[in-house]
Each structure stands twice: as C-alpha cells, then as structure tokens.
Write a protein that binds this ligand. Structure first.
Ligand code: HEC
Length: 164
C-alpha cells in the first residue's frame, strides 16, 4: 500500500467511526425521549386504549390521539394526535411552543412547559423517529354541545375552586 492509500483508508475508517458515533448518540436521544414519554404519562391520554391495556399497546400506535372525550366546564376536549402535530414543527419551533403553550383540561401542559431543553429535544427526537401516523383526533367542542361519542365526565368544580 502506498502512503496515499493508507491515508485514505485511515480517513475512511475515521469517518465511518464518526458516523457510527452519531448514530449511537441519535439512538440514545431517541431512547431518552421514549423514557420521557413513558414517565411523563403522555400515552395515558394520547394513545388509544393505553391506560385500559396497562400500557400494552404497540409503539406504532403511540401518541396517535384518541376519540375518547373529556367533558367538563370547558366543553369537551380530545387528546390530539401528537405524531401529526409534531411533524409540522422543526425542533426550534417545537421547543418554543412546548415551553409556552397552554391547553384545556385535563392536559397537564405545565408538565411539558417545565421540561428541560434536553428533555424536549429527546421527546421531539422520539416522536420524529415514530413518524407521522393515524388521523386527527376529533375537534374540541364548546360547553353545551353534546359530544357524539364516549366521554369521561368531570363533575362541576367545587364552589371553593370555582370562585378562583
Ligand atoms: C390526562 C390526559 C393527558 C395527559 C396525561 C397528557 N395529555 Fe396532552 N392533551 C390532552 C388533551 C385532552 C389535550 C387537548 C386539550 C385542548 O384541546 O385544549 C392535550 C393537548 C396536548 C398538546 C397540544 C396539542 C396541540 O394541538 O397544540 C400537546 C403538545 C400535548 N397535549 C402533549 C402532551 C405530552 C408531551 C404529554 C406527556 C408529558 C401529555 N400531553 C400528557 C390530554 C393529556
């Protein structure tokens, strides 16, 4: 082997190693995002049947939204399809959005607002790795409109809370 060939071989070996490292760290990020989704309980509402199946729902269906409504003083809300929602945003837009958005009950948006940038990057990487799937969840209904499908009905808030 002449020196040029050796140099090329070394360079190619190095770039293959860098590519392997990048893939490994990408995979770490995706796995961390999976963990954030799991301990964040996001599947409980955003994945059809997840809570009732004790979490035994294939990952291919995770976060595809649900037709189960949540009814209360706010009307009726449906957990949206996050696979479709996140696909519309790049990482920077997603992080800005995730730190600031609010939503109606029972979405614990404060939990997402409080996530670190690192956790949000991981969450985003995981949802992107799943890819867009499923259809849009039903649109929310205003108070007083009867929902067509099954709902979880919340009682009216107790007077002490309602006064706030
Ligand atoms: C108790 C049920 C519940 C849990 C748990 C939950 N969500 Fe939600 N989420 C909802 C509902 C219902 C809505 C729709 C609220 C509305 O229409 O205002 C929603 C809305 C959202 C939205 C707004 C989507 C949009 O179109 O702008 C995001 C983002 C979101 N959830 C992310 C998450 C993440 C991430 C987790 C886990 C950390 C999570 N949710 C956990 C029920 C839940």
């Amino acid at each position: 082997m002449n020196k040029l060939v050796i140099a090329l071989a070394v360079l190619l070996g190095a770039s293959a190693a860098v590519a392997t490292l990048a893939a490994a760290s990408r995979n770490d990020l995706v796995q961390r995002g999976r963990y954030v989704v799991m301990i964040g309980g996001c599947n409980d509402c955003h994945t059809p049947g997840f809570a009732l199946a004790a979490g035994k729902v294939p990952e291919s269906q995770w976060l595809t939204g649900d037709e189960l409504g949540w009814s209360g003083a706010w009307g009726t809300t449906y957990a949206p399809n996050l696979r479709l929602r996140f696909a519309t945003m790049d990482l920077a837009a997603f992080k800005g959005y995730a730190h600031a958005f609010t939503a109606r009950p029972p979405m614990p948006y404060w939990a997402v607002n409080a996530m670190s940038d690192a956790d949000l990057e991981a969450l985003y990487a995981f949802v992107q790795s799943l890819g867009p799937a499923g259809k849009e969840a039903p649109a929310a209904l205003p108070p007083g409109v009867a929902p067509p499908g099954p709902v979880v009905q919340f009682p009216a808030p107790p007077p002490a809370l309602a006064a706030h």
